[in-house]
Structure formats: C-alpha cells, structure tokens
Design a protein around this ligand. Structure first.
Ligand code: SAH
Length: 394
C-alpha cells in the first residue's frame, strides 16, 4: 500500500512527540488536498521529519489516528504482531480459558490501534471500526485474528454501522463465517447468551466483568437492586454468590428478555429469588418500595460531549441522591459512570454532593475502574472512561 505524506504546521508536533495518537485538523498544514478518507499517511513535521504513520479522514475533528510511531511497513506482519501482543496481554490477565471466553481483544488506543474494537465471544470475534482506515483494512484484521486463533475463531462479525461516521455507509455482517456460531459464553464460569447481531454495543458489557466479581464478594444473603442491568451480568453473579433476592431493572424490554434468558441458562438459581422489571430507573429510584441491602447504579453515558457534562452531572447527582437517601442503614451502593468527559474526581465529588444533600453518612469502601482488557494507553488519558465507587451508607 502506498503511503502519502502529510505535514503538520510548525510547532504542532508536540503532542505526537509525546506519543499521543490523535492529530486534530487544526494541526495540519493547509493545502494538502490529495488525500482520501482511510488513506494510510506518513505524518511529518513542517521540515519533513518523520513522526508517525496513521489513518487519515476528514469526517470529524480527529484527522489522523496514529498506528505506529516508527517508520515501518504496515503489512500483514504489522497487524499480526499487534494482535499477538494484544492476545498475550489477555493471557497474562488470565482471561483466556474454558471458564472465561469473553474478553476484549483490541481496545483501540489502549492496544495501539486507534479506531478499532475487537471483542471475543467464545469462538466468535465481533469488531467495530471507528475510523474509515480500519474499515478499509478488514482483510488484514481478519487475517490477524485467524493468525492468532487459528481454528479457535470460527466466525468474525463486523458491526461498524453504529460506530463509523454517518457519511460512510456500511452494512453489518459476517466477514468470516461458520454456520451457527456458538452464542453462549462463559464469564468466570457463569453462562451468558450474547446476541451481537441485535444487542447493544458488541452484544455484552464486557467492561464490568471484574466489578461483577467484586459484587459477588458482598452478595451472599443480601437483597439487591440491579438498575440499568442490560443482560443481567451483575444479577447472575450476585445470585450465584448466594444473594437472597435480586431485582433486575432496565427500560429496554429486549434487555429484560436477555436477563430472563440468562437466568434460565444458569439453572442452579431459584426463580423465586429473582424478578425482572421493565421501568425507567430515574423514575423507579424516586420511590423504592423494597428495602435493599445493595443497589447497583450503572447508567449509560449521560454525557457524550463536554457540552452535555453539566446536565450529566445533575443526572448522576439525582440518581445517587435517591439511592443514598433510601437505602437501609449499612447498605451498599455500587455506583458507576462510563462518561469519558466526567472524570474520576468529578464523579466522586458528585456522589459526595448527593450524600450531603441526602444527609446520610457515606464511606467509600472501594474505587472501581475498567478492567485490564480495556487498557488505558498512558499517553492517551482520554481512554479512561469507566469509573465506579462502592459506598457504604449509614
Ligand atoms: N450494567 C449492565 C450494563 C448497563 S448499560 C451490564 O452489566 O451489562 C446501560 C443500560 O441502561 C442499557 O441496558 C439501557 O437499556 C439501560 N437504560 C438506559 N436508560 C435507562 C433508563 N432511563 N432506565 C433504565 N434503564 C435504562
């Protein structure tokens, strides 16, 4: 593949020299018009010094996503090395075994491949491209997955229609297909049915795996409310750990159908201990009818941009206020935010403000975050998005 050069304005190389993988449109020298979306480009400073290689597009504020900081061929060998390295990290995290076959293999910038997400579900891989460059390299990506897994991966599904710019048309579908891929996965021994074709994101919220395991530590004998439950990950872990009662709540009927399906799969559970509720969590939390020992609050990102941050914080505050105010003395709240623009300090302050308003005593027992298969590139702090607190309310 031919590599075109792209030049930065004088003085605009500081961030790429610190290995930040994004180049914004304002940093590019004017008049470089011979580029197309998805082109592989060699980024150079104003005097022509090599800085990195990346994917170009002019569809948003990020113009180049850097995939290598060294001058090397971006061939199949390059992609294979990236995927081998990513797989090794997941093996080191002890995420690849019969009891656990669902994990994120490629987490964009965190794995040196900005614009690409690859999730593994048993013997299927589901990928989402956030850049045209990644979309144009599906063959390399597919080959790299097969290089790492061999026959271990039977199906590869491209689910990029939601994640790519609206200007680009792409249809979701299999790019490598065995008939009827296995849709049951194991997360630390618990069974989940994952439908990547119709489900939210790539089909499952893999990023809460370790936090579900932490919940299991607290769950025995407890009455638990799991709000924003999606397919019921927290609920299954809690019931399997001996919870007395679990209520799973989501506004999506489809999500609740998944919860019910997953309850049946983990058949050791007694159905009389579990109830599914289709409702708006913000309304439901205003007036709780049951006294819960543990409440889980895991809403979708309330803020997708800085502009909506203020409103998002008000949303988090209201939600946490209602939980803190009503939970029984000694009760525990697992509270999360996955809004990238609301950072850890801001989120903690919001929860504290909610506690003050509710006039309850609040202790932070544990601080939670995204797991190791969603790594944060140290030079790209924007990659840190999931944060949570376990608080005890007296
Ligand atoms: N905790 C889940 C992931 C949560 S994702 C897990 O471990 O898998 C956020 C969920 O919130 C989605 O399932 C979405 O359907 C649901 N949701 C969005 N707005 C909601 C609302 N107002 N009330 C209840 N659920 C809502």
């Amino acid at each position: 593949m031919s590599v075109k050069s792209i030049f930065l304005k004088p003085g605009k190389e500081k961030s790429i020299e610190r290995f930040h993988p994004w180049i914004f449109s304002g940093a590019l020298m004017k008049g470089q018009d011979d580029l197309s979306n998805g082109d592989l480009v060699c980024v150079k400073n104003a005097s022509g010094k090599f800085l990195g290689i990346g994917h170009y597009q002019d569809l948003g504020s990020i113009s180049v996503r850097i995939i290598s900081f060294i001058d090397e061929p971006i061939d199949q060998g390059f992609w294979n090395r990236k995927f081998e390295n990513a797989y090794q990290v997941r093996e080191n995290l002890n995420l690849v075994h019969v009891n656990n076959n669902v994990y994120r293999l490629i987490h964009g910038e965190g794995d040196g491949l900005p614009g690409l997400i690859v999730d593994i579900y048993n013997d299927s891989a589901v990928l989402q491209c956030h850049s045209v460059g990644m979309l144009q390299n599906l063959d390399y990506i597919k080959n790299a997955i097969l290089h790492v897994y061999g026959k271990g991966i039977k199906a590869i599904y491209n689910k990029s229609s939601d994640t790519i710019s609206r200007e680009i048309e792409v249809e979701d579908g299999y790019i490598h297909h065995a008939k009827d891929p296995e849709k049951i996965v194991f997360e630390y021994g618990h069974k989940f049915s994952v439908d990547w074709e119709t489900g939210q994101k790539t089909g499952y919220f893999i990023d809460q795996r370790e936090n579900r395991r932490i919940l299991a530590k607290y769950a025995s004998g407890k009455k638990i409310l799991n709000t924003f439950c999606y397919s019921g990950g927290f609920s299954i872990f809690a019931l399997e750990a001996g919870a007395k009662l679990v209520h799973s709540l989501d506004s999506s009927k489809k999500a609740i159908d998944l919860v019910n399906q997953n309850m049946v799969l983990n058949s050791r559970m007694h159905s009389d201990k579990h109830k599914s509720i289709v409702a708006d969590a913000m309304d439901f939390m205003k007036n709780l009818e049951e006294e819960y020992d543990i409440i889980i609050l895991d809403p979708p990102a309330f803020a997708k941009h800085k502009k909506s941050r203020h409103k998002a914080i008000q949303g988090y505050k209201r939600l946490n206020y209602n939980a803190i105010k009503q939970i029984k003395p000694g009760g525990i709240i697992f509270t999360f935010s996955c809004s990238q623009v609301v950072d850890k300090q801001m989120f903690t302050k919001t929860v504290i403000a909610a506690g003050i308003e509710a006039k309850r005593s609040v202790r932070i027992l544990e601080q939670l975050h995204q797991p190791g298969d969603h790594p944060v590139n140290a030079y790209h702090p924007e990659g840190e998005y999931l944060k949570g607190l376990i608080i005890q309310v007296d």
